[in-house]
Design a protein around this ligand. Structure first.
Ligand code: ZN
Length: 475
């Protein structure tokens, strides 16, 4: 019997108690990346918070099956089906084929996805594997009168629905109905402004690389249809939780609901879980603003990817989070202190079952209360301060880390073994910084040498010049 679990459901705009379709089991779908470019750390924040949701549900006693798509066709530069296919643009940019681009950025995505401690979905399905599923769903939507063919493309007719703007309040619905997509070029084939493409045969781009035979001519699927089909293929007609970022709510998730419920003839997904944006100091992080800040880049700068995870867990998933290196350095120092604290625990004596159960209940209460991760971390600190033996504290760290995935026990063991050691990324960075500082000093560039010392200090590393050379300690 699973424990009580609540979180914010975008569909009802309230925090609700979670009730799955099948007792103790969760059918979960996650929108995956469009693999035309790197995933930035804001994208990865979304996947970290989803990972915490899954692990929290498991902690509460649920069994979760999670499916994720990989968008490798059909996602145009505007989510509203206009502009160039992102994959084609990516291939052109890098003088590669679309499939080469897809493979390269899928691998890059999972490298960063794994590095921040996420568990891989049970099923990962590229859109190009499911073309026959898309065609079948589009055919059924046409038969049922929810779709029409115009100008060679197949469109979903949003006027056939009683409530198209399912996620919006009454006020927002009015605003959306008036202002919808005024910012993008008009497609004269559409009967209604909000209609969207299910299947393209007439692309404005003759060089669309991937095309398939269909009853409507050679073409390729729209972006929204793939999530409905891939979810149906692996999770059936009823979905418990659908996840994504807040920018997916409209139009992508709105359109997924429109076509899935028109196809099935009943309600499809009961709970919608959306994480908020990561902003940098200039605003929302995006891929169009020059260099893309990735987890791999943070790693190159000497940050353990789990420090980025810790940084994300300190805030609530429904609030926008501001990224800066100062903020990340604060998280780094707190993480190092936490690891140090854990490394000082000795596995002595028996675990006190009553104390362990008491703290585990507090931890579960935090995560099952709309995923209050900062409260969950507070429970971890409280457990480390509690009036109990080290064996119990270690058991609690191990237990909480099933959800937090900060790898605390392993990092602490490494630290204990090596005295003042740190993880290999930071160690490489420290060694490099020390070498750069030596060069600067040799060249009598003391300003640079001092700047490097300060840079290290910001990461919680203090260096001292001794007769034996430079030594460093964590502060
Ligand atoms: Zn999707």
């Amino acid at each position: 019997m699973a424990n009580k679990f609540t979180f914010y459901n975008t569909l009802s705009r309230t925090i609700e108690e979670f009730k799955p379709n099948e007792e103790g089991k969760v059918a979960m779908y996650t929108c995956g990346p469009t693999v035309y470019h790197f995933a930035h750390i804001g994208n990865i924040r979304t996947y970290i918070m989803q990972d915490v949701l899954i692990k929290s549900l498991e902690y509460a006693g649920y069994e979760v099956k999670r499916v994720m798509n990989i968008t490798d066709v059909g996602h145009l530069s505007s989510d509203a089906d206009t502009g160039e296919d992102k994959m084609v643009a990516g291939a052109k940019r890098e003088h590669k084929t679309v499939m080469e681009i897809a493979q390269y950025y899928t691998d890059a995505f999972f490298k960063d996805f794994d590095a921040v401690g996420n568990k891989r979905p049970d099923v990962v399905e590229p859109a190009t594997n499911c073309i026959t599923d898309f065609i079948e769903m589009v055919e059924t939507l046409l038969e049922k009168g929810y779709a029409y063919v115009a100008g060679g493309n197949v469109y979903f007719d949003t006027s056939k629905l009683d409530d198209y703007y399912v996620f919006s309040s009454a006020v927002e619905k009015e605003q959306l109905a008036v202002g919808v997509r005024d910012d993008v070029e008009e497609d004269s084939n559409k009967k209604n402004k909000t209609d969207f493409v299910l299947w393209f045969t007439k692309s404005k781009f003759e060089d669309q690389a991937l095309k398939w035979e269909s009853p409507w001519g050679e073409g390729y699927p729209g972006w929204h249809i793939e999530c409905s089909c891939i979810s149906k293929r692996h999770l059936g007609e009823y979905l418990d939780i659908h996840c994504g970022g807040v920018d997916n709510i409209f139009p992508h998730h709105t359109n997924e609901i429109a076509q899935s419920e028109a196809y099935f003839g009943h309600k499809w997904c009961n709970y919608w879980f959306h994480s908020n944006h990561l902003n940098d100091q200039s605003g929302k992080m995006s891929k169009s603003k020059g260099a893309i800040l990735t987890v791999s880049l943070l790693q190159e700068k000497g940050y353990d990817p789990l420090v980025y995870r810790f940084f994300c867990l300190q805030s609530h998933y429904r609030k926008p989070l501001v990224f800066s290196y100062d903020n990340l350095d604060n998280a780094l120092q707190a993480y190092n202190k936490l690891v140090k604290r854990v490394s000082e625990l000795k596995a002595d004596g028996e675990v006190d079952g009553a104390v362990k159960a008491e703290f585990e209940a507090k931890f579960l209460e935090a995560v099952s209360n709309d995923l209050n991760t900062s409260m969950a971390i507070t429970v971890l600190y409280d457990a480390l301060k509690a009036d109990t033996n080290d064996a119990t504290k270690l058991a609690l760290v191990d237990s909480f880390d099933k959800v937090l995935s900060l790898d605390l026990i392993n990092h602490a063991a490494t630290l204990a073994e090596a005295g003042t050691s740190v993880d290999s990324d930071l160690e490489a960075f420290i060694n490099d910084a020390i070498a750069r500082r030596a060069e600067a000093k040799k060249a009598k560039d003391f300003a640079t040498a001092d700047a490097i010392r300060d840079e290290l200090l910001a990461k919680g590393v203090e260096i001292k010049d001794t007769r034996e050379g430079v030594v460093w300690t964590l502060v």
